[in-house]
Design a protein around this ligand. Structure first.
Ligand code: ACM
Length: 263
């Protein structure tokens, strides 16, 4: 199975330009599962609720989901990608999973980071998994990495690959995802952005790049540079995530002592 990410520098508010950049770059690729960054078509640093309202999109039917579905059909691939979602009167930092048959699902970010809490509602979709034929995939967004329960829940529900659209500003996540993969025996694809944003008099946010693909044994198959655009596609075998036996005596998920974990 061919999986990948596209790390690039979106321009805030220029949805068409960002969608064009992605469709141009992916126009020739062969890939089964492609992960794009969090809020990849809108940009990240919102400075007012009005901005959120003007850039948020219905799912499906908005320009970003529509274009992603066209791309998925054209390239016969699945994509996971972040966008600001409008649902009724609420706004979510969401990620969609689309494939050649259309929209498969939406995940609404559960753990909002920093000023996202000013503009978005916390998601209640929970940590869902989908069978895309070649693998069972789960979705978490950026700061969800700080809560090991997110990756664990996805693993318990059968995820073989954690798809992780991100706009990371803290340096620790790429290394932390190695542990998330090791402790759950899953693959992860973190698609981060590069560049920086400094909008509306707010502090500059510098995105740390370092998108990566990690194996269930905690091996970093590839990690991108911190500051350069990069499209990476690699072959993995999702079956490597199915066997949770560590040795004849230890089975990762079976041996959990759930009754000892209550606070
Ligand atoms: C983040 O959750 N975008 C850091």
């Amino acid at each position: 199975m061919l999986v990948g990410y596209f790390q690039f520098n979106p321009s805030f508010g220029d949805v068409k330009r960002n969608l064009d950049a992605v469709t141009t770059r992916l126009a020739q690729v062969r890939c089964d599962l492609m992960v794009l960054p969090e809020l990849f078509a809108s940009g990240y640093q919102f400075v007012s609720q009005e901005e959120v309202e003007s850039l948020a999109e219905p799912v499906p039917g908005g320009p970003t989901t529509t274009r992603l579905i066209e791309l998925a059909r054209d390239r016969a691939m699945h994509l996971v990608a972040g966008l600001p979602e409008r649902h009724g009167r609420r706004y979510y930092n969401s990620a969609v999973l689309v494939g050649p048959s259309g929209l498969l699902g939406v995940y609404r970010k559960a753990h909002l980071f920093y000023e996202e809490t000013l503009f978005f509602s916390s998601g209640e979709t929970g940590f869902q998994v989908w069978d895309i034929g070649s693998a069972t995939v789960g979705v978490m967004i950026c700061f969800d990495w700080f809560y090991p329960e997110a990756a664990r829940t996805l693993a318990l529900r059968g995820a073989e690959i954690l798809c992780h659209p991100s706009n990371l500003v803290l340096p620790h996540c790429p290394d932390a995802m190695v542990t998330r993969c090791l402790e759950n025996r899953v693959f992860s694809i973190t698609a981060n952005r590069i560049g920086s944003e400094e909008r509306g008099g707010k502090d500059r946010l510098t995105y740390v790049g370092h998108s990566e693909i990690v194996t269930p044994r905690g091996r970093i198959l590839h990690r991108a540079p911190p500051d350069q655009e990069e499209l990476t596609i690699l072959e993995i075998d999702p079956k490597d995530a199915r066997n949770k036996s560590l040795n004849p005596y230890n089975d990762l998920l079976r041996d959990r002592r759930k009754h000892l974990y209550e606070a």
